[in-house]
Design a binder for this molecule. Structure first.
Ligand SMILES: NC(=O)c1ccc[n+]([C@@H]2O[C@H](COP(=O)([O-])OP(=O)(O)OC[C@H]3O[C@@H](n4cnc5c(N)ncnc54)[C@H](OP(=O)(O)O)[C@@H]3O)[C@@H](O)[C@H]2O)c1
Length: 345
């Protein structure tokens, strides 16, 4: 049968489950799908479209006849396993931060730099950016093409699903504890997340920024343009799914809000919802389960020359992770850059 043999590593997790759903939804051409997780999850059932499949242990799986490994099992697992999997001729599309800045690993958002994925063969690894970067560059790319971006100032409002399934459970249980007056003990997050916001995601760097903020700077430069200056403040908010971003952009050339609205409404992956009335914008609740990067509140910033403000919202588990990974596999398949091994045999 024609199609790719695809392994999903981290299949029991937030991103892995979404990867399986998206492979089925988009009818990615598969001959077989294999669900992999830790040895703790062997035999556990996960859904692939109408079917259920049982998880196998990543550490005992032989990748030699598998074409793609969509990897979402965390940085430590990826650092150990991705090179070994790549060496077996299986292309790893990795969701962790382990390989993103490796010069031999393309960092890809298909709407922005699909062509760069062609260089995947050096290590057989392609990296997915951080969720907050993915949706940002989808919105920035068409504007950069139109008026050249000089500088971006962004504040994020990131949902708890970005920190994994245990983090979602923590928001749920803390919210319940508030209502029944139980004591609250933060575990995944450094402070209480229920009815609160936390201006700290990932570890602190020497300059006082956090690693999440640094990732947005470095990844935007690698994917879009090294000349773009960017400064970010990343904040965790008590929302289950979808990240939101308040974005201020300074351009080299003049661009009006109307021109930006027009450019963005024609751009791949973007959906403009921008009516200047109550409810005429997108919130994270409405973006959950959707594929688009939603753009609202497009307006000129009169305090700088050639400035615009935007509100950008997207489902972090989809465009921020699983959907982007499947779209990368589609690029390799549609452009004929990878053939199924079983067909070639
Ligand atoms: N959530 C997001 O928005 C997002 C966005 C971009 C990137 N990412 C990245 O995607 C990765 C997964 O995130 P997530 O939110 O899906 O986390 P998660 O819900 O905590 O799931 C983690 C997955 O990794 C598996 N795993 C853990 N240790 C393993 C091992 N030793 N061998 C094999 N599998 C192992 C787990 O399997 P068990 O159930 O067997 O433990 C589970 O399937 C992370 O690197 C994260 O940074 C996440």
């Amino acid at each position: 049968m024609s199609g790719f043999k695809v392994a999903v590593a981290g299949a029991t997790g937030n991103v892995g489950r979404e990867m399986l759903a998206i492979l089925a939804e988009r009818r990615f051409p598969v001959s077989e799908v294999v669900a992999l997780a830790s040895s703790r999850s062997v035999g556990k059932e996960v859904s692939f479209g109408e079917r259920t499949i049982r998880c196998r242990a990543l550490e005992h799986y032989d990748f030699s006849d598998t074409d793609f490994c969509l990897m979402s099992a965390g940085g430590a697992v990826s650092r150990e396993w991705s090179p070994k999997i790549g060496a077996r001729g299986c292309v790893v599309i990795d969701n962790s931060s382990a390989w993103r800045m490796d010069p031999d690993v393309p960092l890809i958002v298909p709407e922005v730099n699909a062509e760069a994925a062609k260089g995947f063969g050096k290590k057989n690894i392609i990296a997915n950016p951080n969720c907050s970067t993915a949706q940002l560059v989808v919105a920035l790319k068409p504007l950069h093409d139109a008026a050249i971006i000089k500088r971006v100032v962004v504040a994020t409002y990131q949902s708890v699903s970005g920190a994994g399934k245990d983090a979602m459970d923590e928001l749920f249980s803390q919210t319940r504890s508030v209502f029944v007056s139980d004591p609250i003990e933060p575990k995944k997050f450094p402070k209480r997340i229920a009815f609160n916001v936390i201006p700290h995601i990932d570890v602190f760097m020497d300059d006082g920024s956090t690693k999440e903020e640094w990732k947005m700077v470095a990844e935007t430069k690698k994917i879009l343009d090294p000349k773009i200056k960017l400064t970010a403040t990343c904040v965790r908010v008590p929302v289950f799914i979808s990240h939101s971003e308040a974005v201020n952009i300074e351009f080299e050339k003049p661009i009006s809000a109307d021109e930006a609205r027009d450019v963005l409404s024609k751009a791949p992956g973007c959906l403009v919802v921008d009516r200047r009335e109550p409810g005429g914008y997108v919130t994270p609740h409405e973006a959950a389960g959707e594929d688009a990067t939603f753009i609202s509140r497009i307006r000129e910033d009169p305090t700088i020359e050639n400035g615009l403000n935007l509100w950008v919202v997207s489902d972090n588990l989809r465009k921020g992770a699983a959907l982007n990974a499947v779209q990368i596999a589609e690029v390799l398949s549609n452009r004929g850059w990878l053939q199924p091994k079983l067909n070639a045999a």
